[in-house]
Design a protein around this ligand. Structure first.
Ligand code: UDP
Length: 364
């Protein structure tokens, strides 16, 4: 029997873990997964909805750690995860992406000599002011198996001196998720009616990266750009809790609420539906950038750089930073071309990443 202890805590990790968890269950009774939720994201619409919609088993342990600073969260998580690892004695610790939960899980495990597997390894923005970048670099250094989504991720790891034997190019689990849940979203989601928008007639915008929400100048410029767009076209904006707080502090929530169609964070199926039917997607999210491409929707990115460099290289995504005029003209006048199909397979794998990860873990 192989026991895999999965550490998750934030929205994008639930979506990635849904794919791998299903593949692990498909391995039969020899593989057992223990799910540990750190509590990093705790609102019902940032956490529970994903377990319900994506058929993720209920966490075996919930640590309830969230809401603090990076140092507080990471420190408290390491201590609590270590105790669970000592009690559970798993064969693998499986971590995802680039959050404080990822790093805490990896550090707690490696100090106990428990092998660590990292899903979505090797991504780099080369911007060390991003908390995610630090989490990625350190997690990749200590992980035993690094599951990479793209060729550039492999190249980044090799450039950092990580041995080829530790790297497993498996493709992107988010592509598996996009393929698996697309039909379910079309069948179940009523979000367009609920928001009163028509297919192909609106822009979908999300903002949540700290570099944008924690910098009043950048956030104000992005919001000004979106309000200018909204004079000509509906703009739907599901608000991350951090972003709502930041807009409130700027005193702009009423003004934004009049100009844009604001809503609470959405479940995955509603989000997929909105993405598929959008005219343009504008975002600073890594996951949403890729989903725009998978669903062949032009994507404008509120950042100076991206980890998903392939999307910019092939012209599916355009980096516009946080400049109101550039945002407005990229969305309204000159959206990038969005071709997917064959290109998805070439860049992100064949939609079998979850299966490949489960097999690799089983074989050790
Ligand atoms: N997402 C969602 N509801 C929302 C916003 C995003 O389900 O209101 C999904 C989105 O479709 C994608 C993932 O969350 O699959 C991306 O997560 P997020 O933007 O929080 O993080 P990132 O990908 O930037 O790490």
């Amino acid at each position: 029997m192989i026991k895999i202890l999965t550490v998750i805590g934030a929205r994008p990790q639930f979506i990635k873990a849904a794919v791998v968890s299903r593949a692990l269950r498909g391995q039969g009774p020899d593989v057992r997964e223990f799910i540990l939720h750190t509590g990093q994201h705790y609102d019902a619409n940032m956490s529970d909805v994903f377990f319900d919609e994506l058929d993720i088993p209920r966490p075996d342990r919930h640590l309830g750690i969230g809401g603090g600073t990076h140092g507080q969260n990471t420190g408290r998580m390491i201590e609590a995860i270590e105790a669970v690892l000592m009690a559970e004695q798993p064969d693998w610790v499986l971590v995802y992406g680039d959050t404080d939960s990822t790093l805490a899980g990896a550090l707690a495990a490696v100090k106990l000599h428990i092998p660590v597997a990292h899903v979505e390894a090797g991504l780099r923005s080369f911007n060390r002011r991003m908390p995610e970048e630090i989490n990625r670099i350190l997690t990749d250094q200590v992980a035993d198996l690094l599951f990479t989504p793209t060729a550039s991720a492999v190249a980044n790891l090799r450039a950092e001196g990580i041995a080829a034997e530790r790297i497993r190019p498996v493709g992107d689990v988010m592509y598996d998720a996009a393929l698996f849940y697309a039909e379910r979203a079309m069948a179940r989601s009523t979000i367009l009616d609920r928001l009163g928008v028509m297919p192909g007639q609106y822009v979908l915008a999300t903002v949540h990266r700290a570099e944008n929400t924690d910098d009043p100048e950048r956030l104000r410029a992005i919001l000004r750009g979106l309000m200018a767009v909204a004079r000509e076209r509906s703009v739907v904006c599901p608000l991350h809790p951090r972003t709502r707080g930041a807009i409130e502090r700027l005193g702009m929530l009423d003004e934004i609420g009049r100009a844009l169609i604001l809503c609470e964070p959405l479940g995955y199926l509603d989000m997929v539906m909105l993405e598929r039917q959008a005219a343009v997607i504008a975002t600073d999210s890594g996951g949403v950038q890729k989903e725009a491409f998978f669903y062949q929707v032009p994507c404008v990115v509120f950042r100076q750089e991206t980890e998903w460099v392939e999307l910019v290289e092939i012209g599916a995504a355009q980096l516009v930073g946080a400049e109101a005029e550039r945002i407005q003209s990229a969305i309204l006048l000159n959206p990038p071309e969005a071709e997917a199909g064959e290109a998805s397979v070439a860049i992100f794998g064949e939609g079998e990443s979850g299966q490949k990860i489960a097999t690799a873990l089983r074989q050790g």
